[in-house]
Design a binder for this molecule. Structure first.
Ligand SMILES: Nc1nc2c(ncn2[C@@H]2O[C@H](COP(=O)(O)OP(=O)(O)OP(=O)(O)O)[C@@H](O)[C@H]2O)c(=O)[nH]1
Ligand SMILES: [Zn+2]
Length: 373
């Protein structure tokens, strides 16, 4: 199969030129785990390890290959290759990682300790910012995601999913348009198959896409629609209000036979979690300010003594309903966090190596993932 189909464009071809005719072949990183890689070459998927020279010359983490990167490899055996070079990236998503010292996450940003940039994925054409037109709809959250995507240099597209749940989308469209100047906004319904053809221009041959959005907005349902099969498990709607459970597991770069690649890695999901946490902080700023007066730093504003938040409710300074709303959103985030933690634990105790090709989809769960810190 041709590599153009998987995004190997003229630009990458040009960067690869010096390695051509020297025994190297171009390949794309489709999985990565602690210095082990899986690469997709013209002839198929191989394991890949870094050459000694590469390791010697790379002193920062961001030099190392990540999912989505194009690399120059030498094939040493039928199923094994050695990675020599990472071709220059078009763009990338990264997070700041603490490598030592007293780190702490505050407002979604790591403070304290030494920080190093960790690149999570590279060479993405479109990042879909997905929101549900249900309880989950939040303008603040959409703004967060826009910032996240724009700062990486990737083209953002906004999808307002679950349009089947609202009689008139125009009011939502207007609200979103006000914070998303110049960004395409599309109302869709993945489960009802409404307006799904708006995705066509972004999901053709050679395109690499990624989905951002809180748990339950329908990211997996959209991917399944695109791939016309259940490549990702979707959560059954747990409540009548259209909320779903957190269900996506697995880390992969999925290739559709059309040539579209979908990137999904746990690190990217953490980026979303942080964006959501920040939104929670911002939209309940009053409660965060009140909480500073609580006796205990980790006060949950439940049964604790000297709780400024409960006092404010008792005095009628804080609306009890608003506080309940805050608590339920906080709970949702905590549940999401613990499900991600158990995901990492499960993965580390269970070594998986599986690659199945079905209905034109390379379903590759290349190897287990542990928290890469
Ligand atoms: N009404 C309606 N429900 C939808 C639509 N798309 C998805 N859902 C439902 O929303 C729930 C969550 O969908 P998922 O695709 O699992 O959401 P997700 O964003 O992948 O969630 P995580 O995997 O937790 O990140 C499921 O019950 C879906 O059936 C839609 O267009 N309309
Ligand atoms: Zn309190």
């Amino acid at each position: 199969m041709s590599l153009e189909k998987f995004g190997f464009d003229d630009c990458f071809r040009e960067s690869f030129r010096p390695y051509q005719n020297k025994g190297y072949v171009p390949a794309r990183i489709v999985a990565q785990h602690k210095g082990r890689y899986m690469v997709h070459t013209e002839t198929g998927i191989l394991s890949g390890k870094l050459s000694g020279k590469f390791i010697y010359h790379s002193d920062v983490r961001k030099d190392y290959p990540v999912v989505g990167d194009w690399v120059a490899v030498k094939i040493i055996e039928e199923s094994e290759s050695v990675i020599y070079v990472v071709l220059p990236r078009k763009n990338s998503f990264s997070r700041k990682m603490a490598i030592s010292g007293g780190r702490k996450i505050r407002n979604g940003v790591i403070v304290g300790g030494n920080i190093e940039e960790q690149v999570l994925s590279a060479n993405i054409d479109t990042a879909f910012i997905v929101t549900g037109l249900d309880d989950n709809f939040s303008i603040g959250r959409i703004e967060r995601y826009i910032t996240l995507v724009k700062s990486s240099g990737v083209h953002p597209v906004i999808l307002l999913n679950k349009c089947d749940l609202v009689p008139d989308v125009s009011e939502y469209m207007e609200k979103v348009r006000a914070v998303a100047e110049g960004i395409e906004i599309h109302p869709i319904s993945a489960s009802a198959g409404i307006h799904m053809d708006v995705l066509d221009p972004y999901t053709g041959s050679g395109q690499t896409i990624v989905f951002f959005g809180s748990s339950g907005v329908g990211k997996s349902t959209i991917v399944n629609y695109l791939f016309e099969e259940d490549v990702q498990k979707t959560g059954a709607t747990s409540e009548a209000n259209g909320k779903g459970r957190h269900t996506t597991t697995g880390s992969q770069l999925l290739f559709h036979e059309s040539g579209c690649a979908v990137i999904d890695t746990p690190g990217m999901r953490e980026l979303q979690l942080w964006a959501d946490e920040e939104v929670l902080m911002e939209s309940f700023h009053d409660i965060h300010v009140l909480a500073e007066g609580c006796r205990y730093r980790d006060c949950r504003h439940e049964e604790e003594d000297h709780c400024s938040v409960r006092e404010a409710i008792a005095e009628g300074k804080l609306d009890a309903e608003r506080f309940q709303h805050f608590k339920s959103q906080q709970k949702e985030l905590e549940a999401l966090k613990s499900s991600r933690e158990s995901y990492y634990k499960d993965r580390s105790s269970q070594k998986k190596k599986k690659s199945v090709r079905r209905n034109g989809v390379d379903r590759s769960f290349y190897f287990s993932r542990e928290k890469e810190e």
